[in-house]
Ligand binder design. Sequence first.
Ligand SMILES: [Zn+2]
Length: 244
Amino acid sequence: MSMLHPLLWPVLGLLMVTASPAEEPPSPAALDLSNMPAATILAVDHSDVLTVRQGSINMQVRLANLSVPSDNPQAQQAARDFLRNLLAGEKVWMIQTTAAPNPQAVRWYVYRWPDKLFVNLELVRQGYADMAPEPSGPAVTAQVLVYWRDQAKQSGKGIWGKGEAKPAVARAPASRPQQAKSAGAGPAAGDASVTDAATIVYVSASGKKYHRANCGTLRKGGNPVPLDEARKSREACRTCNPPQ
Ligand SMILES: [Zn+2]
């Protein structure tokens, strides 16, 4: 009996050595963003859509690799609130995953200035979004996102929470989505008008609709106007489905 103990020691040692390196998370590709201009966040339009000002151009940016359940308004709202808290008033660096022929198909990796927080990853890591494959994205980035998505799942964060009490929705389903957006978590009354004034949409001189920046029906490009102004005289475009 006493002879078994020395024989077991190497086995135990091996178990201890092999257990911890398996937990090492994959590392994202190193990025040199120092020579890139940072863009200013103008609005968080949706759970994965930002409006930014890059130089003198306002543009709408859709985050790559993300999927928030479209049939879950609470999850959409939670992701948008998180993104707003993370980025309102901030600057970001942006990297395009691919040069798509259709500008609406372009997806972006976004990094907060100046600490380089990888925003796409943060949404997945904190359980606000699932990871969606991005065919033209780097494989190493996909690995990192999958790793932290699985961690979030195991911990039951956000959309992965099972059986936990969801925050009560103290309102009936709203007929106008933009009212629902700010009614839930908005800290102050009148938050809706602030949000809509900060949300930029695009109009042409003669059109009857307002659009997202990259809408294909805006052939000459649109002029940026606050959403609350645009809404007074125009309807939301059905092609690009801008914020309402
Ligand atoms: Zn449009």
